[in-house]
Design a protein around this ligand. Structure first.
Ligand code: COA
Length: 260
């Protein structure tokens, strides 16, 4: 697929996706939604790729939904509106459940859907000074599609404050409430991201995908209700080729085959 809204570059085991619609600060339209979703979907089956880094070209990570495009939806039928919204919902879910971990490299601004994208990623890292916020209510809209991801990350209390006011917060506050994992000077952002990537590359690729699925399964459930699942999972993986190699490597005082 020829990409018009994204850049996709391969760097050994790392795929780097850049939102690339700088003239509107990487705002999402239908084409960007399609391209990002398809790229992430295709990367699932590229065996050599183990980590994805998602960033934005130009001065900002992502300004959220393209408001020109959103405004134009007034002339769509209800079915067309549902279809467009579903495509965007599918995108956030594709990011969230990607079996390859996604590190978000966030700078400038991540607003509305851009902040939702951050919330759906595994390890979002922001430059100091980056603005985050959910301005939807100030536009008479709702942070509907992104709410499941954001509320999971920041909790109901912070969501009530930020969704209801639509105010903007800076990276350090975003880190305090759990929207991003770190806030570092812009000059250090790339090296910090590479540090996260390096750590992820020490982990078994199948184990990483399984760990993501594990978190999804156990989060917000009663311990008694997930115990059978957790028992089955560890019983499965300790006898798996990757589990056996990992334990053998430790006992033989060497790195496992997958470690970089
Ligand atoms: N949808 C459509 N166009 C957008 C946009 C969006 N979400 N965000 C920015 N743009 C456009 C601007 O209209 C402007 O277009 P112009 O050059 O034709 O005037 C261009 O992108 C640059 O925006 P500008 O505000 O001048 O850039 P900036 O670097 O000073 O600020 C932002 C960047 C992201 C902080 C700012 O553009 C902004 O607040 N955008 C709105 C974000 C928003 O409310 N998103 C929620 C969607 S639900």
């Amino acid at each position: 697929m020829k990409l018009e809204r994204l850049e996709l570059a391969f760097d050994g085991p790392v795929a780097r996706i850049w939102l690339n619609r700088v003239e509107v600060r990487n705002a999402f339209d239908g084409l960007m939604v399609t391209e990002l979703r398809k790229s992430l979907f295709d990367l699932r089956s590229v065996d050599g790729v183990r980590v994805i880094v998602l960033g934005g070209r130009g001065p900002t990570f992502c300004a959220g939904a393209d408001l020109d495009w959103m405004k134009a939806t007034a002339s769509f039928t209800r079915e067309e509106n549902l279809r467009e919204a579903q495509a965007m919902a599918d995108l956030f879910f594709t990011v969230y459940e990607s079996p390859k971990p996604i590190v978000a490299r966030v700078h400038g601004a991540a607003l509305g859907g851009g902040a939702g994208l951050v919330a759906a990623c595994d390890i979002p890292v922001a430059a100091l000074g980056t603005q985050f916020g959910f301005p939807e209510v100030r536009l008479g809209l709702l942070p509907a599609l992104i709410s499941p991801y954001v509320v999971r990350k920041i909790g109901e209390a912070a969501a009530r404050e930020l969704f209801l006011t639509g105010e903007r917060i800076e990276a350090v506050r975003a880190m305090e409430i759990g929207l991003v994992r770190a806030a570092v000077p812009l000059d250090d952002l790339d090296s910090f991201v590479e540090g996260r990537v390096h750590e992820l590359l020490q982990a078994g690729p199948r184990a990483v995908a399984d760990a993501k699925a594990l978190i999804r399964e156990v989060a917000f459930r009663r311990i008694e209700d997930v115990q059978e699942y957790t028992v089955e999972r560890i019983a499965d993986v300790r006898t798996s080729p990757e589990g056996q190699e990992g334990m053998r490597a430790f006992l033989e005082k060497r790195k496992p085959g997958w470690a970089r």
